[in-house]
Design a protein around this ligand. Structure first.
Ligand code: G3P
Length: 503
């Protein structure tokens, strides 16, 4: 009998494959980065073929290292960077263009136009999203308008669209030899094309972007007992494993953090930060700049929705210190550098590199470092960078409380940046609530594995999964209320500068 479940986590900077046992413990993993292609200011692309190759490689290596084969896996789940858009030819398997990444702002004119004639409000109402460069709809439109031959091929159903979940599922199940063309409700809810109530593509929304329905994948539950397909014997697993889960990475992390009850929330710290609050089966529309999104749909059970605060630049601001400024040699060093000083020395850094996402939704905002004096050093800038991660999370936590009335007693955190203890302490100080990290910090892959295993009966109920959640570390606030509010007021002033910058 198969003792494990596998999960592919196709993220913005890397792809990993993880293997979990019934207790939700990690038993194997491998991870590879892929190239960030930055052809112009504001443009961010990935090579889909490279992503598929890296996915195959991480699966093979993780399985071989543990001496496992396909028969050891009860199921396989896929989770992915959301919104990033690929259009490829279903006959040749070749992408027409690089994947346009969620951070890419080339579609700013497309997004702005939606708000000039009332279409924006229809999108808000039907899709739960504010028109923005972030989502897939504008990216697909851009490819249809700018890449030769794609429109005709899309109308005939030869050119097909998918986020990276769809691309990988298609390849894992055979590609040109009959790969499945599917996505799940969570990924579809990030396109501006799906109606949150019907959970289907919406003809009016499709017409706003002039997108032919024939190019879109079938929308399936996030965890599907009737399985999407099986992996191919000739593929990286070397045998047939049922593919039973697909969900966007932030929704997967919500499942991995076992936020199954209404009012439960998590905050994931990766390239960006994403706070999701489970709102149960009701669609809560935000008045405070949050997104309404599908949290998950388990088989035939009704869909569960979430409010989401998406922040574009958090961990990637630390990478910027490393790659563009060269003031640290690795992400871990940001903690040591920031710890050299007691406070930010008056410096506030708003890393609005992709404009500002939640709760501002200003694609024209640009980054700013304010409050500098001759006294300041690299250490203050490192500290201000970590604080920016935490202040942005406070902005979305405030919005969430306004929209839902739910006051968080504790913030469940996960993701790479949570290894930075100083940053987690700052988060508790800036938010004024304790911060709690689970033993398995890779909750994204874990959530995809949970969704896959629930579909096959490997795990029977979500209550069983709750038993697997254990806290590894907790940080409690140490700042006085006065200190907290003074810092936050200065942060808000700094944010205002980034909004004023472009007129
Ligand atoms: O919406 C974008 C998000 O899904 C990306 O997550 O962890 O790949 O940066 P991550």
């Amino acid at each position: 009998m198969a003792d494990f479940v596998g999960a592919v986590d196709q993220g913005t900077t890397s792809t990993r494959f993880m293997i979990f046992d019934r207790g939700g413990n990690e038993v194997g993993r491998h991870q590879l980065e892929h190239e960030q292609i930055l052809p112009r200011a504001g443009w961010v692309e990935h090579n889909p073929v490279e992503i598929w190759e890296r996915t195959s490689a991480v699966i093979r290596t993780a399985m071989n290292t543990r001496g496992l084969d396909a028969s050891d896996l009860a199921a396989l789940g896929v989770t992915n960077q959301r919104e990033t858009s690929v259009v490829w030819n279903r006959r040749t398997g070749r992408p027409y263009y690089n994947a346009i990444v969620w951070q890419d702002t080339r579609t700013d004119q497309i997004a702005a136009a939606l708000d000039r004639d009332g279409r924006g409000d229809v999108i808000r109402q039907k899709a739960g999203l504010p028109p923005a460069t972030y989502f897939s709809g504008g990216k697909i439109q851009w490819i249809l308008e700018n890449v030769d031959g794609v429109r005709a091929a899309a109308e005939s159903g030869e050119a097909i669209f998918g986020n990276t979940d769809t691309w990988l599922l298609w390849n894992l199940t055979g590609g040109v030899d009959g790969g499945v063309h599917i996505t799940d409700v969570t990924n579809a809810s990030r396109t501006m094309l799906m109606n949150l109530e019907t959970l289907d593509w919406d003809d009016e929304l499709l017409s706003f972007f002039d997108i032919p329905r024939a190019m879109l994948p079938q929308i399936r539950p996030s965890s599907d007992p009737s399985r999407y397909g099986v992996t191919l014997a000739g593929g990286p697993l070397g045998g047939e494993v049922p593919l039973t889960a697909d969900l966007g990475d932030q929704q997967a992390a919500t499942v991995g953090q076992v936020c199954f009850a209404e009012g439960e929330a998590k905050n994931t710290y990766g390239t960006g930060n994403f706070m999701l609050l489970n709102t149960g089966t009701s669609i809560v529309r935000s008045k405070s700049g949050l997104l309404t999104t599908v949290c998950y749909k388990l088989g035939d059970a009704p869909a569960v929705y979430a409010l989401e605060g998406s922040i574009a630049v958090t961990g990637s601001a630390v990478q910027w210190l490393r790659d563009q400024l060269g003031i640290i040699s690795g992400a871990a060093q940001s903690e040591a550098l920031a710890a050299q000083v007691e406070d930010n020395g008056g410096v506030y850094f708003v890393p609005a590199f992709s404009g500002l996402f939640a709760p501002y939704w200003r694609s024209d905002a640009r980054g700013a470092i304010v409050g500098l004096s001759r006294y300041n050093t690299n250490a203050h800038l490192a500290r201000a960078t970590l604080e920016a991660i935490c202040y942005q999370s406070r902005d979305v936590a405030v919005a969430m409380e306004q929209d839902s009335g739910v006051h968080l007693d504790v913030l469940k955190v996960d993701g790479g940046v949570t290894a930075n203890r100083l940053c987690m302490q700052m988060q508790a100080d800036i938010l004024g609530v304790p911060v709690s990290r689970p033993v398995v910090a890779e909750t994204t892959a874990l959530g995809a594995a949970y969704a896959a295993g629930l579909a096959t009966g490997f795990w029977k109920t979500t209550d069983e999964l709750r038993q697997n959640w254990n806290e590894s570390e907790r940080w409690s606030p140490t700042w006085s209320d006065e200190q907290r509010e003074e810092g936050y007021a200065k942060w808000k002033k700094a944010v205002q500068r980034t909004l004023d910058w472009v007129d």
